[in-house]
Structure formats: structure tokens, C-alpha cells
Write a protein that binds this ligand. Structure first.
Ligand SMILES: Nc1ncnc2c1ncn2[C@@H]1O[C@H](COP(=O)(O)OP(=O)(O)OP(=O)(O)O)[C@@H](O)[C@H]1O
Ligand SMILES: [Mg+2]
Length: 175
């Protein structure tokens, strides 16, 4: 059975580092939006284009899964609904999900993002402690129910299906 890996964690937690290992261990295609946004636009987001790009990467991953191969979405996926929607999508393609939560404490996180910026200023963005704190406050940590791949919560209020929700959140993911 094909596996969709969801990398979940805050900036600088080590998602891409871990995703590169998984890519080798599981012969999986890895989708890291920053590796596209920076060469295309020079920035991490611009007028919502990151969502457009993420949608296309999900669309590509869907084709990979449909063909029976493994894919990694290295998006961060701070929101529980985002992860739930992707669980539904993988299930609809006959694939299973592995949620890979990469935790990091605030001190280590700040050190890592600052060091990364010093090492490669053109490949990343400067982030200060206050910004990292704000992001940590909105990040929704995955619960234990998310971790065994069989998680199938109901769609959020106002949505008849996860398909509807996905077409709102990542409109370019479905066609
Ligand atoms: N387990 C680890 N031990 C020490 N350093 C690490 C570890 N994992 C990652 N790093 C370093 O921390 C920095 C951030 O790692 P990485 O780029 O993988 O994080 P990320 O979660 O993908 O960040 P972003 O969300 O900004 O893309 C890198 O310089 C990386 O080399
Ligand atoms: Mg990364």
C-alpha cells in the first residue's frame, strides 16, 4: 500500500532534514514548497501563491499515490483540519497516511533558524523570537488519534464533505 507521509512541525524543527531521510528510506517523492517558492518568486509567499503551489504539489502527490508509490508532503501542516483533509484524500486514493510530528523546543528552534540564515541567507528567511512565539501559539499539535493512519474525523462545520473543504483550502489540489 502506498504511503503519504505528512511532515508536521514548526519552522526549523527539522522537517525537511527528516523528510530527506524518509525520501531515501521509502523511495518517496518529497514535496517541499520552499524549494519551489524561492526559485520561482524569491519569497516564501506572495499573494496566496504558496497555497496555489501547495495545491499543485498535493495534486502531484495524489498521482504518485494512485500509481502505488510513496509521497511526502513537507508543508508543516499546523492545522488539524489540514491533516484531516489529507487523511481523507489519501484514503480516497487507496493510500495510507503516516504523520511525522517533529517537535522542537523554543530555544533550539531559534538557534537553528538563526544559524540556517547565517549559513545560507539566500535559501531561507530571517525569523525573530517574537515571530516564532506567535507561530507556536497557533500551531495545533497532532493528537494521538492522528498517528495510526486510520483517523477519519467528520468534515468541519459548514462543509458537506472533505472534498468541499479541500477545494476551499487548496483549490488547485483536485484538478
Ligand atoms: N535533529 C537535528 N539535530 C540538529 N540540527 C538539526 C536537526 N534537524 C535539523 N537540524 C538543523 O536545523 C535547521 C532546520 O532544519 P530543517 O530545515 O530541516 O527544518 P524545517 O522544519 O524543514 O524548517 P522550515 O519549516 O523552515 O522549512 C537546519 O539547519 C538543520 O540542519
Ligand atoms: Mg523545511
Amino acid at each position: 500500500m502506498a504511503t503519504l507521509f505528512l511532515m508536521v512541525g514548526l519552522p526549523g524543527s527539522g522537517k525537511t532534514t527528516r523528510a530527506r531521510e524518509l525520501e531515501r528510506e521509502h523511495a518517496a517523492i518529497r514535496m517541499s514548497p520552499d524549494e519551489w517558492m524561492k526559485p520561482l518568486f524569491g519569497v516564501s509567499d506572495m499573494d496566496g501563491r504558496r497555497d496555489v503551489l501547495e495545491g499543485r504539489l498535493i495534486w502531484t502527490a495524489s498521482q504518485v499515490l494512485r500509481l502505488g508509490n510513496n509521497a511526502i508532503l513537507d508543508f508543516g501542516l499546523w492545522g488539524r483540519d489540514e491533516r484531516a483533509g489529507l487523511h481523507w484524500l489519501a484514503g480516497s486514493l487507496g493510500a495510507t497516511v503516516q504523520t511525522v510530528f517533529v517537535p522542537v523546543d523554543p530555544g533550539t528552534q531559534l538557534e537553528r533558524v538563526q544559524q540556517r540564515f547565517v549559513d545560507d541567507p539566500s535559501g531561507t528567511w530571517e525569523m525573530d523570537a517574537a515571530t516564532l512565539d506567535r507561530w507556536r501559539a497557533v500551531f495545533q499539535k497532532p493528537g494521538p488519534e492522528e498517528l495510526d493512519g486510520s483517523w477519519r474525523p467528520e468534515p468541519p462545520a459548514g462543509y458537506a464533505s472533505w472534498l468541499d473543504w479541500l477545494s476551499d483550502r487548496w483549490s488547485t489540489s483536485l484538478i
